[in-house]
Design a protein around this ligand. Structure first.
Ligand SMILES: [Zn+2]
Length: 382
């Protein structure tokens, strides 16, 4: 059996991800998954592993809910100074903006949210000869919650809903500054409604995360095994099992803090939910707000396009889906990066933040295609 065969990668999803159940960032299940991965790597001859520990909270909700509450308090207390209201709303918008951009960890209040012991596992597989290139394969280990806002009925309104909150906050700043009671009341009411919706969205259970992102863990591991069995000539491979992606890309940020200088010229291939639907490389990233967007670097995009043209049998094409993953952080910090992603026929990520994200709904052929495509990208670079 080939190391990248779908059935084998499917077994990896089961063994290294879903066997532990839901994996909230920093929780014991995520830690256990990382430990088992590390043992497996050691048993298979990959000795160069490092665990990067860090402190993390366990949901993005804090980063959106707390700023809204801080803006609403002076609005709801009668006779507050209008400059105080304006300043609170302004600060609140700026803080939510950080959360929407995957930078919640830079909020000054971040350390006050409940903290848990997170980690990122990094492994290195040397090239056969002197390395000329480095490829970092990324798959996050944490899972998100079941969210009603991501349901099949509501997900098409995600960007509209999220952007409308930012617009209401901006309107609230202006209304507070001008001390215009009716607009202030309208924007405050919308912010209150948003607050209730965001809290309701937090009440769902954590999901199994077979697709998001057990599928990535399986592909990264399978590709590591492949590189170990048939080493690339002049390309060193790093495997990055990152924690806390669903919170604030914390695990990747910590890895960049640690190895950034060494990996400045590396090619980063991120896997997101490649266990369902058709496989694509992301040509443009769209976040949960119309203003939040980013692009892969030109080198990675060119590499993906070349491999897609050379291997039509893999049926991998470019796409511009609703996704704002770790590549956004890579690009913001000046690194290369591109994502391989699985999309359903409706153009959305499969079972995204839904309780249906279970092992039964993983399609082995999708895993195999994503892994084969990445392998061809690595070989082409080599
Ligand atoms: Zn994910």
């Amino acid at each position: 059996m080939s190391l990248l065969e779908g059935k084998r990668l499917y077994d990896h999803v089961q063994r290294f991800a879903t066997a532990f159940g839901p994996r909230p960032a920093g929780g014991p299940n995520e830690t256990a998954a990382r430990e088992v991965l590390k043992d497996y790597l050691h048993q298979h001859g990959i000795q160069q592993t490092t665990n990067l520990p860090f402190s993390t909270t366990n949901t993005w909700g804090y980063g959106l809910i707390v700023p809204l509450i801080l803006a609403l308090i002076p609005q709801c207390i009668p006779h507050t100074n209008r400059y105080l209201r304006t300043a609170a709303s302004l600060l609140s918008l700026q803080q939510s903006w950080l959360a929407l951009n995957g930078q919640m960890r830079y909020q000054p209040l971040y350390r006050l949210y409940p903290q848990y012991p997170g980690g990122t596992l990094v492994a290195r597989i040397p090239a056969a000869q002197t390395p000329k290139h480095t490829v970092v394969l990324v798959g996050h280990t944490d899972s998100n919650k079941h969210r009603s806002t991501f349901s099949p009925e509501l997900k098409r309104y995600l960007r509209l809903g999220s952007t409308s909150i930012s617009v209401a906050m901006l309107g609230n700043i202006i209304a507070s500054l001008l001390d215009e009671p009716r607009s202030r009341l309208a924007t405050t009411a919308y912010m209150l409604f948003s607050l209730v919706s965001l809290i309701a969205d937090e009440l769902g259970p954590y999901v199994e995360g077979a697709n998001d992102n057990g599928s990535a863990m399986a592909c990264v591991l399978g590709l590591g095994e492949q590189a170990l069995a048939t080493p690339l000539n002049s390309t060193e491979i790093w495997l990055a099992f990152t924690g806390s992606e669903e919170v604030s890309h914390d695990g990747l940020n910590v890895m960049l803090d640690h190895y950034g200088a060494q990996l400045q010229d590396a090619y980063w291939i991120d896997f997101e939910m490649v266990g369902k639907g058709s496989i694509h490389f992301v040509e443009q990233y769209h976040g949960l707000n119309y203003l939040v967007t980013c692009q892969p670097d030109a080198d990675s995009l060119h590499l993906a396009q070349t491999v897609a043209a050379k291997h039509p049998e893999l049926q991998v094409t470019g796409s511009k889906p609703l996704i704002y993953d770790e590549v956004a952080t890579l690009r913001r910090r000046g690194f290369r990066g591109i994502t391989l992603v699985g999309l359903d026929s409706d153009g959305f990520l499969g079972n995204w933040h839904q309780r249906t994200d279970t092992i039964e709904n993983i399609e082995p052929h999708a895993l195999e295609r994503a892994a084969q495509f990445a392998w061809h990208m690595m070989k082409h670079l080599d």
